[in-house]
Design a protein around this ligand. Structure first.
Ligand SMILES: *Cc1c(COP(=O)(O)O)cnc(C)c1O
Length: 391
């Protein structure tokens, strides 16, 4: 199955753009199951930001078919899109909410992050007006200083939520700031603060809600953070939050980014290539053009820094990356023909370029590479065929 953004002309009208993201659903299943076995607790699959660039709805459908217990998104709109697509799993909206959104969150059967007493009151009022209880997760700030009630002030917040007739406290959670680094002491500090805040439920004789803390880093590197549920995002997609850390679970990359050679030429010695004339070959060389650029979210920072695979070999990106195209030096003896496959992320023969390596060359993190690839690139879904009704 291939999806194009709504505004794009249909592929069967114009032929498929040769540049595409290939999403391996079997790799996604593998990662979900490997992470669940590692954690030993239910999994909230994080699908915010277009499922880290992999396609919100197809990824959510697949995770649902594969038995993920819950989904997590950042924003109301993402949750609504999943409900419109018929996703029935519980969905937590993790971002801070604005008061006027409370009614819609409840009406769409989305679970709400409540991150202050004020917001609790707004959700209560909306629930009462609708005559329908809201399902909420309390957000405790244990050191991220992003959203949530400081753990050292959590008592009155927890009491107010527990006392609320119109809110059902399904979960209590916090977010780890440094879990990608196995050596950071911050994670254990945050865990300690979180458990101390959770102890307040016991102190007031209230049932303990679902406690969840671990993002991918926590899941992979800090077993004590797994608690009652884990919230992996990037690891589900087979990418490590910190490429320098030792992998603790064998994951398979879900995304490949591929294109095809659209042009071949010889560039004479000293003739510069692309905008700004920043690079020129020292000797005559063969250069091919690839039809993808920063207009697709392929980072311009890879100008004269990134690499691609063509015919099973690694070749450097030369000159500036343009909005829609870039050039690759295949060397004076290199062979490549128009329409040859070009791998920007993924495997070809015995060579591979990981999203982690692309991020490092671009001076950023793998997250930003994945989510930056935008809707101009069609997504193609492979594998996962044995699931009736999952498409
Ligand atoms: C994005 C996010 C996650 C997932 O983070 P990864 O590092 O991708 O695993 C988990 N929890 C919250 C609150 C998030 O915002």
């Amino acid at each position: 199955m291939t999806t194009l953004p709504d505004a794009a002309v249909r592929a069967d009208e114009v032929g498929q753009r040769p540049t595409r993201i290939v999403v391996d659903l079997d790799a996604l299943s593998h990662n979900l199951h490997a992470l669940r076995i590692h954690a030993g607790v239910p999994v909230m699959g994080i699908v915010k930001a277009n499922a880290y660039g992999h396609g919100l709805v197809p990824v959510a459908r697949h995770l649902q078919a594969q038995g993920a217990e819950q989904l997590g998104v950042a924003f109301l709109e993402e949750g609504v899109a999943l409900r419109r697509a018929g996703i029935t799993l519980p969905i937590l909206v993790m971002g801070g909410i604005f008061g006027p959104q409370a009614a819609q969150l409840i009406a769409e059967d989305l679970e709400i992050t409540v991150s202050s007493i004020d917001k609790l009151r707004q959700v209560e009022a909306a629930a009462q007006a609708l005559g329908r209880q809201a399902t909420i997760h309390l957000k405790i700030d244990t050191g991220m200083e992003r959203i949530g009630v400081h753990s050292y002030h959590a008592g009155p917040f927890i009491e107010a939520a527990v006392a609320s007739r119109w809110c059902r406290v399904k979960g209590v959670y916090s977010h780890l700031a440094c879990a990608d680094d196995p050596a950071s002491p911050m994670t254990r500090q945050q865990l300690g603060r979180f458990l101390e805040a959770c102890a307040h439920f016991e102190r007031i004789g209230a049932p303990m809600p679902l406690r969840h803390l671990a993002n991918s880093g926590g899941l992979l590197h800090f077993p004590e953070t797994h608690l009652d549920m884990v919230r992996p995002g990037i690891a589900l997609y087979g990418v490590l939050p910190d490429p320098a850390a030792q992998p603790t679970v064998a994951l398979r990359p879900v995304m490949s980014l591929v294109s095809q050679v659209v042009y071949f030429k010889v560039v004479p010695a000293g003739h510069p290539v692309s905008y700004g004339a920043t690079w020129a070959p020292k000797a005559d060389t063969r250069v091919v053009t690839v039809p993808i650029g920063y207009g697709d979210g392929f980072p311009r920072a890879l100008s004269s820094r990134g690499e691609v695979l063509i015919r099973g070999r690694r070749h450097p990106i030369v000159g500036r990356i343009c909005m829609d195209q870039f050039m690759v030096d295949i060397g004076p003896q290199g062979t490549a023909y128009n329409e040859d496959a070009v791998v920007l992320i993924g495997r070809q023969g015995d060579q591979a370029i990981g999203c982690e390596a692309v991020a490092q060359a671009a001076g950023t993190i793998p997250y930003e590479i994945l989510v930056g690839l935008n809707g101009r690139i069609p997504r193609e879904y492979v594998g996962g065929a044995q699931e009736p009704g999952s498409r």
